[in-house]
Design a protein. Structure first.
Length: 144
């Protein structure tokens, strides 16, 4: 992604929320709307971002026959719907490890990472990146 494109995204007034694969799958599994989950957790207008590397992970998972494959196929349909309504922005931020990419992107855009992955949560928090996680007992995402 070009530096000017990142600055353009960062300059928008909404809170930037970057979803990882685990959070998207969790939303689909729990029947939670991605946009509402982000807005509720940030308690403000949000700008939803999904890196294309996450989409590639979902496409790979969608090839599977089990529950995760089915969830990934539904997740891809939901992402297509959201992109079509301008509620979600897909960005190509490079080809590095997806988890590292999420953290780098959140730091550069001053955004939140939305995840259900314990490793990503811990790594992001250790590096000072704000994180939103799914709290199963409350059936919602919240900032930690």
């Amino acid at each position: 992604m070009l530096k000017t494109e990142m600055m353009s995204i960062r300059d928008r007034k909404a809170g930037i929320v970057i979803f990882d694969t685990s959070a998207i799958l969790c939303c689909v599994a729990e029947g939670i709307d991605l946009a509402n989950a982000a807005r509720d957790a940030v308690e403000a207008e949000t700008r939803l971002i999904v890196p294309t590397a996450v989409v590639r992970e979902l496409e790979s998972l969608a090839q599977g026959r089990g529950r995760k494959g089915k969830l990934a196929r539904v997740a891809l349909q939901e992402l297509r719907r959201l992109v079509g309504t301008s509620e979600l922005e897909l960005i190509d931020a490079g080809g590095m490890d997806v988890d590292e990419l999420l953290i780098k992107l959140a730091k550069s855009l001053d955004g939140f990472i939305v995840t259900a992955d314990e490793w990503v949560r811990k790594k992001a928090r250790d590096l000072g990146v704000p994180v939103i996680v799914y709290v199963s007992s409350k059936k919602r995402f919240q900032r930690v």
